[in-house]
Design a protein around this ligand. Sequence first.
Ligand SMILES: CC(=O)SCCNC(=O)CCNC(=O)[C@H](O)C(C)(C)COP(=O)(O)OP(=O)(O)OC[C@H]1O[C@@H](n2cnc3c(N)ncnc32)[C@H](O)[C@@H]1OP(=O)(O)O
Ligand SMILES: O=C([O-])CC(=O)C(=O)O
Length: 371
Amino acid sequence: MTTTRGLEGVVATTSSISSIVNDVLTYRGYNIDDLATNASFEEVIYLLWNDKLPNKTELDQFTAELAVNATIPKEIVDQMKAYPIDKVHPMAALRTAVSTLALYDEEADDMSEEANYRKAIRLQAKIPTVVTAFSRVREGKDPVEPKKDLSFAANFLYTLTGEIPEDVAVTAINKALVLHADHELNASTFTARVCVATLSDMYSGVTAAIGALKGPLHGGANERVMAMLSEIDSVDNVEPYLQNAFENKEKIMGFGHRVYKTGDPRAKHLREMSRKLTDLTGETKWYEMSTKMEEVVTNEKGLPPNVDFYSASVYHSLGIDHDLFTPLFAVSRVSGWIGHILEQYSNNRLIRPRAEYVGSTNQTYVSVENR
Ligand SMILES: CC(=O)SCCNC(=O)CCNC(=O)[C@H](O)C(C)(C)COP(=O)(O)OP(=O)(O)OC[C@H]1O[C@@H](n2cnc3c(N)ncnc32)[C@H](O)[C@@H]1OP(=O)(O)O
Ligand SMILES: O=C([O-])CC(=O)C(=O)O
């Protein structure tokens, strides 16, 4: 047996959803630069699940279906109120709430193709409402009912703040959602596929994926990037902070990637958004510190920024709480998880690799009194 640590370079499945070849990312054959510049998130979800962009009628119908399914059961909100709210991370709340949503879905264990597609829409529609409801509940406010005439991106901001968002914020969130939607066999997507390959239900797959996304080596990095920028606090402190981190062999959050070697194609879009939004808020230091960090880490370590790096200053500039950054990633990535879950179901085989045993051998049981 040969062992590959972290399954690096191992091709574990075929997929026709997204691809990374020579550091170029495509969703269903469309370059991410094209989609980030032109597409709505609703179109991208449809694309990921249906292998084609929707026509106008299909898009209108799909958007309406998302809108009518966005409300979450009152029981979920009541349960949130009972959480030890000041100690609960929103990713933990999201993980629990998504698992709980299954209890209120009569089709949760219906594995037919039609029921799975209906559940896909319900999950995609409700997850942003769960995130924003939790944010409001912990502030002692009532959740805001999503509006049927707002886009997916606008509803996220509206249900978060209770105010109709400005176009510039909606455009930024839409682009961030498009950029985060899918990414081949990343850790959380792989988790979702492993889970449902046992023929477990879609809620289980998405709940498992949220757990994987939460970690700091994956989606949880974006919140840590903001914590790092806040600690550094000025452009002058960037070099000394990084030199110290390098000496202590610390990982710099938001840099490096398992697959990209020359750079993450999503980062340049987020960098530009960070520049524009920090210009608008007047807090240009976040962008200036970020570009200085990119210069030093790239020059000294050869590590380019990944998607999580500039998304931090983008979300901060939009006034989003730092611990909601990773849940916002999940709001987008659930589209990819579901695409992969549907693909897994359509051509399923149990995912069960082997482990090379390196533990003790030839042990003989000794009774507890004699140990
Ligand atoms: C959406 C996403 O999930 S994007 C990734 C988000 N995660 C982060 O930003 C966390 C910081 N980055 C990392 O920890 C890593 O680069 C990962 C987890 C993304 C990829 O990890 P791997 O492919 O396993 O690379 P690995 O951790 O083995 O790194 C290889 C070498 O580069 C170094 N390295 C990699 N990333 C970093 C970093 N961010 N800061 C400092 N050194 C790093 C490692 O220390 C290691 O050095 P060594 O060979 O001298 O021991
Ligand atoms: O692909 C990965 O390993 C991590 C990543 O960038 C993502 O999930 O967007």
